[in-house]
Ligand binder design. Structure first.
Ligand SMILES: Nc1ncnc2c1ncn2[C@@H]1O[C@H](COP(=O)(O)OP(=O)(O)OP(=O)(O)O)[C@@H](O)[C@H]1O
Length: 846
């Protein structure tokens, strides 16, 4: 074994020269053997971030206590205990415990399935390992948590740095360290220079890459110096856990919660004051007031929300097409009314095929193709890109003859990158007798026509003529690349973008990228579902507009990145609302457009898969990425698709809307019954010489409601639920609840009229029965689901009705202060129910 020394007990941050670091880690550039890696994973543990560990049960329980409804319930329980109203306090305790247990189990289940879903799309790292000491190194993908100190990792654009690394090699490597430093500009990284102080360490050192940063451009190889809890990111997370700003889902649910809490806090004092003024009652009404307030609480909301979303996510995952990484994102997807997508690979197949190669005079010329292929070949080799992009692939494929026969070899390369729309390869002729040091280097540049032409030495008229030609080709839907060259005296100094000037224009390549099969249909489906699609592309406006037209999108005029730059935020908000195609976009343009659309009040989704989509994925309400997107894009996305397929996304949107419809059903049903009951209780409290319902009865009734309503999470909403973006709107809900609440209160008052003849026990029993029966009926009539209702729902409704009919006559009923209901009352209550049911059906239809 070459690297004999034992690794130091806990490798530090990689101080020392590269050799010292490798020695300390008992590793080498050829990587660890599988046996060494296995031994080290036992010693250092998995490479997992602290935030990824599942929450413990006590923590989960404590978290559900922090929910505003639970907090209010607990507050009311304390008030009851202070008043020595032990019955009420006890029932509130049971209510809180039941809802916390349900919530904690629901969350546990949802977390488990979300973790399993995340696992399906977990990032991998590219490592170099050896099967045995004597075998040659092999490069393979490894789950990130299996990395150990001493592993040799390869980095490419779009990769997340999987652990803290000491770089062994780097070429044009720049990384984004925003997760660690908050700095948004990419930072250049290089292998350790001999002149650096070997003891130096820290974020500023160019030869260290840290877990949580992401590769923007270039490539690199590094040895892992720290994993898991020992990485810099773990330390940073432990100090300041990152929180996402609230999304549309959080805003809706919080809005509803706080409206209700304000209402509850108003109702309890109102009951007290009214009791005191009208009936001359004192503080003895307090437990009743408390129970009335509790009666308003939709304490099952968190459970229903989690269960509905988790069920939707599980259904999608089962189909294998869509993985929801963050449950609320499913609601946000259903709420999206604007979806921004890129063009290449989403609307087109991303399999470009050469359509034409022509010289500067517009004559067909294969030499243009040969130069472009030479550039692609050497950029690929020298920049060590893991795979050629589709354009380079197409150019290499189309090039006649064997490329290796071309009498050139590469010197340097400046590849494309986010915001950089051209690639340069510097080549030389090895056999050229002039070569030695006095020879020439040839810069071969290809890329977006505007960018290449700007760097060519051309008179303005020629430049304009070429620009027009490129626009003409683009208008036919072709992807256009301009090719240019320059001869320079050979030199040793590396080339930079500053060298890309005074080029000689060589010609154009045009490539045809066919529309993706099914894209037109998917776009039509999205339009039917009320989702406006906008295209944000790095490509030429002409190409993008033509492709959109072919797919049936009415593109209008495209807005280019230059125009976006000239607009302030307010002007962009106005323009974004009316524009369909944004072309020649850099990552920053994409993010600005998404932010502007959100600013205009749209719930905005973004589908992208590259490094250049990262900022927009972060800026969107819901970010979507295909599974084969780059690591950083997948990590930033809330929803991951098996393929870049708009049909699957449309299906996910519909599923999100169905989950939201079930949550909406719950809120409508619960709140209209609760509000109706509260109004009736307040009215009856004033009219009757006794309390219309004892506090314990109110709370037991609540428990029954809660248990039955859990079944609403399993309802199957009809097609109407998927027809338009589904948002939980507190105001609309309030209007609905007020209308149906008053109807419910009217039914209650009719019940009072029927029960007025009985004594207190009979009154309580009659109202209890009627409440549970009306609740069962409301569940069937106000649900959003199609007919027939699913089995779970039918069972819950039947259970509720049976409990309403049997409990008052049972010993539990007696313990709660109810008397068995004489037979004639059933007929009268039945009549009230039938009239109420008809009124509900009519009101619902209207
Ligand atoms: N390998 C390449 N060599 C030269 N130029 C390239 C290469 N790849 C892309 N370009 C140029 O950069 C432009 C922008 O590319 P970018 O990857 O940002 O977007 P895109 O693939 O054209 O479209 P979309 O944003 O819809 O995916 C391309 O239109 C092309 O002109």
């Amino acid at each position: 074994m070459v690297w004999a020394p034992e690794p130091s007990a806990a490798p530090g941050p990689g101080t020392g020269t590269t050799l010292q670091v490798l020695r300390a880690l008992a590793s080498g550039p050829r990587g660890l053997t599988e046996a060494e890696a296995e031994e080290r994973i036992g010693r250092y543990g998995e490479n997992a971030l602290p935030g990824r560990r599942p929450a413990s049960w006590p923590h989960r329980f404590a978290r559900s206590l922090r929910d505003p409804f639970t907090a209010v319930l607990l507050g009311l329980g304390v008030v009851s205990a202070l008043l020595a109203s032990w019955g009420t306090a006890l029932v509130i305790c049971v209510l809180v415990t039941v809802s916390c247990v349900l919530r904690a189990t629901g969350e546990h289940r949802a977390d488990r399935s979300a973790a399993a879903l995340r696992e399906l799309v977990a990032s991998t790292a590219t490592v170099r390992r050896r099967a045995t000491d004597t075998s040659p190194p092999a490069v393979r993908e490894l789950p990130v948590d299996q990395l150990v100190p001493g592993d040799v990792v390869l980095l490419a654009p779009g990769d997340l740095v999987p652990a803290d690394l000491h770089l062994l090699r780097a070429r044009g490597l720049t990384v984004h360290e925003a997760a660690l430093t908050g700095e948004s500009a990419p930072v250049a990284k290089t292998a350790r220079a001999a002149s650096q102080d070997p003891a130096a360490a820290g974020l500023d050192l160019p030869h260290q890459c840290f877990q949580g940063s992401s590769v923007v451009s270039g490539t690199g190889t590094g040895v892992v110096v720290a994993t898991g809890r020992r990485t810099l990111l773990s330390g940073a997370l432990a100090r300041a856990p990152r929180r996402r700003p609230p999304g549309p889902f959080d805003r809706s649910v919080n809005g509803i919660a706080w409206t209700l809490i304000r209402f509850m806090l108003l109702v309890a004092p109102l009951a007290l004051v009214a009791g005191a003024l009208v009936r001359g009652r004192g503080l003895e009404t307090l437990p009743f007031a408390v129970a009335v307030a509790v009666g308003l609480t939709p304490e099952m909301l968190p459970v229903i929300v989690t269960a509905s979303l988790a069920r939707g996510a599980a259904l999608l995952a089962r189909g294998g097409e869509v993985v929801v990484r963050r449950l609320p994102a499913l609601h946000d997807l259903g709420a999206a009314d604007v979806l921004c997508v890129d063009k290449t690979g989403t609307l087109t197949e991303d399999r470009p095929v050469l359509a034409l190669a022509e010289d500067a005079a517009g004559r067909p010329d294969d030499d243009v193709l040969r130069w472009a292929a030479l550039g692609a070949l050497w950029t690929l080799h020298l920049a060590e890109l893991p795979v050629p992009d589709a354009l380079d692939d197409a150019v290499l494929d189309a090039c006649p003859g064997d490329l290796d026969d071309l009498p050139y070899e590469g010197v340097d390369a400046l590849p494309c990158g986010p915001g950089r729309r051209l690639a340069t390869a510097v080549v030389r002729r090895p056999g050229d007798p002039r070569f030695a040091l006095a020879g020439t280097h040839t810069l071969v540049v290809k890329g977006a026509p505007e960018d290449v032409l700007d760097r060519c030495a051309l008179d303005p008229a020629d430049r304009e003529r070429h620009r027009q030609r490129a626009a003409g080709l683009a208008a036919e839907g072709l992807r256009v690349l301009a090719v240019a060259r320059a001869e320079r005296p050979a030199r040793e100094r590396p080339y930079t973008e500053a060298d890309e000037h005074d080029l000689t224009f060589t010609g154009f390549l045009a490539l045809r990228d066919a529309p993706a099969p099914g894209a037109a249909e998917a776009l039509a489906g999205l339009a039917r579902h009320g989702v406006t699609v906008k295209v944000l592309t790095g490509d030429h406006p002409g190409t993008a507009v033509r492709v959109c037209r072919e797919l049936g999108l009415a593109p209008g005029d495209a807005v280019t990145g230059d125009r976006i730059d000239a607009l302030d935020d307010a002007a962009l908000v106005r323009l974004a609302a009316t524009t369909t195609v944004f072309a020649r976009c850099t990552p920053a343009h994409k993010a600005r457009v998404v932010t502007a659309l959100r600013g205009a009040g749209h719930t905005t989704g973004f589908l992208g898969d590259g490094v250049n989509d990262l900022a927009a994925l972060h800026a969107a309400d819901v970010g979507v990425c295909p599974r084969d997107g780059v690591d950083v894009a997948r990590e930033a996305a809330d929803v991951v698709l098996a393929a870049k397929d708009l049909t699957a996304l449309d299906r996910a949107i519909v599923t999100g809307r169905r989950s939201t419809a079930n949550i909406g059903s719950y809120l409508r049903i619960t709140l209209s019954s609760n509000v109706g009951n509260v109004i009736a209780m307040l009215a009856a409290g004033l009219m009757l010489p006794f309390l219309p319902m004892l506090p314990a009865q109110v709370l037991v009734q609540n428990l029954f409601f809660d248990a039955a309503q859990l079944a609403l999470a399993f309802d199957r909403p009809g097609p109407a639920a998927a027809a338009a973006p589904a948002v939980l709107r507190p105001r609309a809900l309030l209007r609905f609840v007020t209308g149906f609440g008053l109807l419910n209160a009217a039914a209650d008052v009719a019940t009072f009229a029927v029960l007025a003849a009985g004594d207190e026990g009979v009154f309580h029993a009659g109202w209890f029965t009627e409440n549970l029966l009306t609740q069962a009926m409301v569940m069937m009539l106000l649900r959003a689901g199609r007919l027939p209702a699913p089995g779970a729902l039918r069972a819950a409704v039947a259970g509720l009705a049976v409990a309403g009919l049997l409990l008052p006559a049972s010993p539990v009923g007696a313990a709660l202060g109810m008397a068995p209901l004489p037979l004639p009352y059933y007929g009268a209550l039945g009549a009230v129910l039938v009239v109420y049911g008809c009124a509900l059906a009519v009101a619902r239809r209207r």
